[in-house]
Design a protein around this ligand. Structure first.
Ligand code: COA
Ligand code: MG
Length: 287
């Protein structure tokens, strides 16, 4: 998944538009973009959207962002959507592997009630939204077979620590937020799942969005969340490996296949060993 577009689930117009946005995944939001008074309507409209979308020939992956565990709203959110078999549930304000296990059990019960095979629905947590969450980073590894990818957020974290801003004037994150981003990247690699970069809210500023995508890709993120359809094409372009990169990865995998038992090889004047092989293999899997 390169691009994951947020869509407020109480907006039929945006839901409709999102389907043709070109995003690899849609995140139907029941949380922060939906007012408390509109939660019920959003749940119904998300469920109906999932039901209809399943009939289309080519649909993006469909993810539902539920409300956080401490809101008391999570169960009603899951009750509304699990029977329609979304690809994953996005859990905001996740605070460690125990939260993932907690939500996994909630999903498992509803999967069983809906006659869905156990483990059909994945979990994609946002793991940096509270100060405490930064101290739970090591606990996602092995937490659940449902863990598909992880992402981070800087807005709720800013509120939690009382930061005046999370960005410098040139658009770069301030050090506390870079720390959260970077820890999340290590936590995600340690858990063996994909790292998805957070949103860029200023949807008219495509130059800064592109820079942020390039920085993210450089550091190991495989995709980025979007909040506006105009952001999707930029994200998809940056996170699609180029033909040259794919060709190089093929040559690396091929070189090892032709020399069974070799630990290290020379290819085009460069040393390649196991990390290069694994990286090439992963790139080809994504393609
Ligand atoms: N998904 C699908 N369609 C969207 C969209 C989205 N996230 N954001 C905008 N659109 C649609 C608009 O409805 C509009 O369509 P229309 O002209 O047919 O009515 C078109 O794209 C252009 O939108 P634009 O006028 O540029 O923006 P806007 O002022 O309507 O909306 C936001 C701006 C920020 C309110 C909107 O992009 C949005 O709701 N984003 C998602 C917010 C969210 O989910 N936040 C939670 C995660 S942080
Ligand atoms: Mg939020």
């Amino acid at each position: 998944m390169r691009s994951l577009l947020f869509v407020p689930a109480d907006s039929p117009r945006k839901l409709e538009k999102a389907l043709s946005s070109g995003a690899d995944a849609l995140i139907l939001d029941l949380e922060d973009s939906v007012a408390a008074s509109a939660k019920d309507a959003a749940r119904r409209s998300a469920a109906e959207f999932l039901r209809q979308a399943r009939k289309e020939a080519r649909v993006p992956k469909l993810i539902v962002r539920v409300n956080a565990l401490d809101t008391g709203l999570t169960d009603a959110d899951l009750d509304a959507v699990i029977a329609q078999s979304p690809d994953a549930i996005m859990l905001p304000k996740a605070c460690g592997g125990a939260d993932i296990q907690h939500v996994s059990v909630k999903i498992a019960v509803r999967e069983a009630e809906s006659n869905l095979p156990d483990g059909t629905i994945g979990i994609l947590p946002i793991i940096t939204e509270t100060a405490q969450s930064l101290f739970e980073m090591g606990s996602y590894r092995g937490a659940s077979h449902r863990l598909r990818a992880m992402t981070w957020g800087a807005e709720d974290l800013a509120t939690d620590i009382g930061a005046e801003t999370n960005r410098l004037e040139d658009g770069q994150y301030t050090p506390p937020f870079m720390l959260a981003r970077n820890l999340m990247l290590f936590a995600t690699a340690s858990a063996g799942v994909d790292a998805i970069d957070t949103i860029f809210a200023n949807f008219r500023d495509s130059a800064t969005l592109e820079r942020e995508c390039r920085d993210a890709r450089r550091d190991g993120f495989t995709g980025k969340m979007a909040i506006h359809p105009d952001q999707v094409a930029i994200i998809n372009a940056v996170f699609s490996p180029s033909e040259a990169e794919v060709a190089k990865a093929r040559r690396i995998v091929e070189a090892f296949a032709q020399t069974p038992g070799a630990g290290v090889l020379a290819l085009e004047g460069e040393m390649i060993d196991r990390p290069h092989f694994l990286k090439a293999q992963r790139l080809l899997e994504r393609v």
